[in-house]
Design a protein around this ligand. Structure first.
Ligand code: NAX
Length: 327
């Protein structure tokens, strides 16, 4: 049998945690033959810790065969000890009257502390996915706070945007979601992201020529995907949780198990590809193999795409400039 892998999840008593933990323990993330140990972090607040205890009771009650251990923590220095994977979900939500700048600095504090803790106690090969918003900038902060760990192992979640775009394209073309390949979502996990189906295919056929409607792309597809999070809040009264957890599972599953040549979107520190400045935490098309992702190269960037890619890049640069003095 395989040795267990240690997975830390922060914000474990929150909405996303409530969907995510059960699926990790069930083997959906790292494989059906891979035992896992869960190391769960919540804020020290008594209510949060008590709620976490309740979630852990429910996980116990599932009697998951792959769950080889589980612990609760209120300090990242113990929660991240020897971990193989970190899924950083907990973040400070925007409160009433809070400016974007306040939100950035509140989260900068959380993610510098967590980056430092990863740097100090996690396995040297730890792979990190940041889900908590602003996800790209939080991932950037954690990466910058962990100078002894490989920068490439810090990633941000664009997969929910990727999956949202897939589902819109499947509905538009009347084809199966599973048959769509080569979709890209460039940039920031925010409404500025650029979902790009110019290269996408279904059964080898071009999705762009199947749809053949630039007005639909600009006036329906881009805003629908970009504002999907807000539409869900409007309908549900709560932000996306199960779909966000599902996207986190997909992201790490594919990073760990490989994509067999299929393209997926990950927010990763740029290596300068596509003229995105180095280190900017940006959504790129990647393939994964042997636990490593590789950016899909050689895609043609037309004028409209460059404009959209720069727009979302500018937002990220501003966010990252806004926290630089805190690092
Ligand atoms: P909840 O408010 O339900 O849960 C968050 C939990 O994190 C709370 O239990 C809180 O106590 C905990 N927490 C806060 N600070 C912490 C810290 N420093 N250490 C450990 N735990 C901490 O939010 P939920 O709906 O689960 O969403 C979590 C985050 O995901 C939010 O920042 C949200 O904006 C973000 N999202 C990101 C998405 C993405 O695609 N990247 C999509 C879904 C989601 O909106």
């Amino acid at each position: 049998a395989k040795a267990p892998l240690r997975v830390a999840v922060t914000g474990a008593a929150g909405q996303i945690g409530y969907s995510l933990l059960f699926r990790i323990a069930n083997g959906d993330m790292l494989g059906k033959d891979q035992p896992v140990i869960l190391q769960l972090l919540e804020i020290p607040d008594e209510r949060a810790q008590k709620a976490l205890t309740g979630v852990m009771m429910e996980i116990d009650d599932c009697a998951f065969p792959l769950l080889a251990g589980m612990t609760a923590h209120s300090d990242p220095m113990t929660a991240f000890k020897d971990i193989d994977y970190a899924v950083l979900v907990g973040a400070r939500p925007r409160g009433p009257g809070m400016e974007r700048k306040d939100l950035l600095s509140a989260n900068a504090q959380i993610f510098t502390a967590q980056g430092k803790a990863l740097n100090a106690v996690a396995k040297r090969t730890v792979k990190t996915l940041v889900v908590g918003n602003p996800a790209n900038t939080n991932a950037y902060i954690a990466m910058k706070s962990a100078p002894d760990l490989p920068a490439k192992n810090f990633t941000a979640m664009l997969r929910l945007d990727h999956n949202r775009a897939l589902s819109q394209l499947a509905a538009k073309t009347g084809k199966a979601v599973a048959d769509i390949e080569k979709l890209v979502v460039w940039g920031n996990h925010s409404p500025t992201m650029y979902p790009d189906y110019r290269f996408a295919t279904i059964g080898g056929q071009s999705v762009k020529s199947m749809i053949n409607d630039e007005e639909w792309n600009k006036n329906t597809f881009l805003p629908t995907v970009g504002k999907r999070g807000a539409a869900i809040i409007d309908a549900r009264g709560l932000s996306s949780a199960a779909s966000a957890a599902n996207a986190a599972i997909d992201h790490i599953h594919d990073w760990h198990c490989g994509t067999n040549g299929k393209w997926v979107t990950m927010g990763i520190p740029s290596d300068g590809s596509y003229d995105i400045p180095k280190e900017v935490m940006y959504g790129f098309p990647v393939t994964c193999e042997n636990g490593e992702y590789k950016i899909v190269q050689g895609l043609e960037i037309d004028a409209f795409s460059r404009e959209r890619m720069n727009f979302t890049l500018n937002e990220l640069t501003e966010e990252q400039d806004g926290v630089k003095h805190l690092l």
